[in-house]
Design a protein around this ligand. Structure first.
Ligand SMILES: Nc1nc2c(ncn2[C@@H]2O[C@H](COP(=O)(O)OP(=O)(O)OP(=O)(O)O)[C@@H](O)[C@H]2O)c(=O)[nH]1
Ligand SMILES: [Mg+2]
Length: 316
């Protein structure tokens, strides 16, 4: 398929073309760039939701349940699942989970797993591109599933309208993170596995931790779900819609989108710088520099001057 055919296929929401477009974007070559240039102006209509949380919290199960509910209302849904095969995660691959739930995949559902993160540990450029492609393809809702209870939310927040953090009874780390202020505050907090003991206690703890967060606008609702059998999933989606309405009504939607794009551009630029740096760093030369620094012949900053090919800060 030529890039033009891929673009046409994506806009017609053809599965193969969408898959091809994402693969092209992943390879970061000129074809992918061409496809993205054509698709960017066509995106911007999807509801974008990030589903994030610790490994095993139930993100995939909840996403599958959301798909089922949204499909029942005639909405089309695409899911980008980042890093599902990480050695740190144990859950089933998302597609399997949705197949388990729904027995079949119809044309109104598209699922794509992105294998890796970017150089800087955040979401890769390809993830942002995949979201744009699915948005341009006309899916009503695009869900991005990412693992993490801490810093990755910052990344996913730049790509979505609403960040949903999934917690489960027994996970106290998120409360610590909220209290310590190291976590970007999510927009909706879901306590999943509320069939297990401790869900009410966790919900209470999260709510009281949130009261410590200074905010004069949106306070994240805390919703209990049982994603396996779908209980509470409608409430979780209603909270997403309330958040969207609130963003629009308060006039913060535009600021948030601009702020997200600013962060995204910065992280894409950093990502590219790191990639360029890696590409032009000769491992043998780097080893030699490491040896000299370790032997205390030169200091680290001077070594960095050499790596960057820049003039030294100080002449000896
Ligand atoms: N008891 C109970 N188990 C659940 C519920 N939701 C999900 N699970 C189970 O929790 C496990 C992990 O669910 P996943 O949906 O794979 O979790 P995840 O957050 O996507 O996991 P990773 O992608 O590996 O980080 C699975 O065995 C699910 O069946 C629930 O509401 N109650
Ligand atoms: Mg998962």
């Amino acid at each position: 398929m030529t890039p033009e055919q891929v673009v046409d296929g994506v806009l017609a929401r053809k599965r193969r073309a969408i898959g091809r477009a994402i693969t092209m974007a992943e390879s970061l070559g000129p074809e992918g760039r061409q496809v993205m240039r054509a698709l960017h102006p066509r995106a911007g209509n999807a509801v974008r939701v990030g589903v994030t949380g610790s490994p095993g919290a139930g993100k995939s199960t909840l996403s599958a349940a959301l798909v089922r509910n949204l499909r029942a209302r005639g909405q089309t849904v695409a899911i980008v699942s980042v890093d599902p095969t990480s050695p740190f995660t144990h859950g089933a691959v998302l597609g399997d989970r949705i197949r388990l739930v729904d027995h079949f995949l119809d044309d109104g559902v598209f699922i794509r797993s992105m294998a890796s993160r970017g150089h800087l540990g955040g979401l890769s450029e390809a993830t942002a591109d995949a979201v744009t492609i699915l948005d341009a393809a006309g899916f009503d809702v695009v869900i991005i599933e990412t693992v993490g209870a801490g810093q990755n939310e910052v990344e996913v927040q730049a790509l979505v309208d609403t960040v949903m953090l999934v917690l489960m009874p027994g996970s106290g780390d998120a409360i610590q993170a909220i209290k310590a202020g190291v976590m970007e505050i999510p927009d909706v907090i879901v306590i999943n596995k509320c069939d297990r003991p401790g869900a009410d206690i966790l919900a209470g703890e999260v709510e009281s931790a949130l009261t410590l967060v200074p905010t004069d606008d949106w306070i994240p609702p805390v919703i209990q779900t049982q994603a396996l059998d779908g209980r509470g999933v409608d409430d979780a989606w209603a909270a997403v819609e309330r958040h969207r309405d609130d963003l629009a009504a308060s006039g913060r939607a535009g600021d948030r989108a601009r702020d997200g794009m600013r962060r995204q551009l910065r992280s894409l630029a950093l990502e590219r710088l790191v990639r360029d740096l890696d590409a032009r760093t000769d491992p043998a030369e780097l080893d030699a520099l490491v040896d000299r620094v370790v032997a205390r012949e030169i200091d680290p900053s001077t070594a960095v001057d050499t790596i960057l090919g820049s003039a030294p800060h100080e002449e000896a």
